[in-house]
Design a protein around this ligand. Structure first.
Ligand SMILES: Cc1cc2nc3c(=O)[nH]c(=O)nc-3n(C[C@H](O)[C@H](O)[C@H](O)COP(=O)(O)O)c2cc1C
Length: 311
């Protein structure tokens, strides 16, 4: 089964993508993810200058969900410059650079600096729910705010496609997607973690995370991700590519995302449960499903639910 696609001029040997923030810190970790079968890698969120994260404990998991309040730590653009330059020398798969900032102006400054490093796509993280006490409600929760970031970032990224990472916490994700599309977004990543949520330790009777609350990912997030992908796809008439992300563990999860409208499939939390080669496993399961169903191209599946509902 041929799982390859070309999206906005970039060829992906398969649709699986390392999601931002998980394992995506250095050039050698991106190469390790590629060797484990990923079709592309996303960097962790990159700040213009060093940003300290939250104190430990920052992550708690069970089989249903993971809560994280890592707090988006990063060494800043200078370090990213070194790592991306090393990676680009013999890049095994496309690189998506994820950018974060606190103001519209700083989003543009950071995206300009990261754009100079020649990533294949730039992903704009306007949707992190666990830095709210530092920066207020994420931009992705308001259509005008999300559009303002998109517009400014687009003016500095030249020909590099810009993907806006959306939040399930937005009251109306369709309105946010439409506003970003009108402001020039080339695609979307759908979705970031939901929440924040909280878990309490019964012995100490205190929140387990030092930050008290964190964003929820993993299997429990998947039905929300499917609905958000379907909403964004229909709001934008299926015209802009979507990196569907949130709770994917198996090839069948990935197929469900394609039917909802995703073209690429972000995988993060499942690395912890299925191992580093989850990308290879998901691709093998997707191929087996497609062969059993007589599907020969991914394009037959992408947005398939919407076409079926019209008939
Ligand atoms: C530990 C951890 C760190 C994360 N860090 C980032 C980040 O730096 N930037 C970002 O855009 N998303 C970040 N995310 C969100 C993921 O990229 C992804 O959108 C989310 O986890 C849902 O996908 P999953 O269920 O496959 O993990 C992080 C998630 C986790 C669990």
């Amino acid at each position: 089964m041929n799982l390859s696609q070309t999206i906005l001029g970039v060829t992906f040997k398969n649709p699986t993508v390392l999601a931002s923030g998980i394992w995506g810190i250095t050039s050698s970790s991106w190469k390790q993810v590629a060797a484990n079968g990923a079709g592309a890698v996303t960097t962790k969120s990159l700040w213009l200058k060093e940003h300290k994260g939250h104190p430990n404990p920052t992550v708690i998991s069970n089989e249903h969900w993971t809560l994280n309040a890592v707090g988006v730590p990063d060494a800043g653009v200078e370090k990213a410059r070194e790592e991306i330059a090393i990676y680009n020398k013999d890049k095994p798969v496309p690189l998506i650079a994820n950018v974060i900032a606190d103001t519209v102006e700083n989003f543009a400054k950071t995206a300009r600096a990261i754009g100079e490093l020649d990533p294949d796509f730039i992903e704009i993280n306007i949707s992190c729910p666990n830095v709210e006490h530092e920066f207020g409600k994420p931009f992705a929760c308001s259509a005008p705010d999300a559009a303002a970031v998109t517009k400014e970032v687009k003016t500095v990224c030249g020909k590099i496609p810009v993907f806006i990472k959306l939040s399930p916490n937005a009251e109306d994700i369709k309105a946010v997607a439409i506003a970003c599309a009108e402001a020039g977004a080339d695609g979307f990543t759908v979705i970031n973690t939901v929440g924040p949520g909280m878990a309490i330790d019964l012995r100490s009777r205190m929140p387990i995370l030092a930050n008290k609350v964190g964003g929820l990912s993993g299997p429990g997030l998947k039905p929300i991700a499917v609905r958000c992908i379907a909403d964004v796809y229909s709001a934008t008439d299926g015209k802009l590519p979507i990196i569907g992300t949130g709770g994917v563990h198996t090839g069948e999860d990935a197929i469900e995302f394609l039917l909802a409208g995703a073209s690429l499939i972000g995988i993060g939390t499942a690395i912890g449960t299925r191992g580093q080669d989850v990308f290879k496993k998901v691709c093998a399961e997707m191929s087996a499903w497609c062969e059993a169903e007589g599907v020969s191209e991914l394009s037959e599946l992408i947005g398939g639910m919407h076409r079926k509902m019209k008939n």
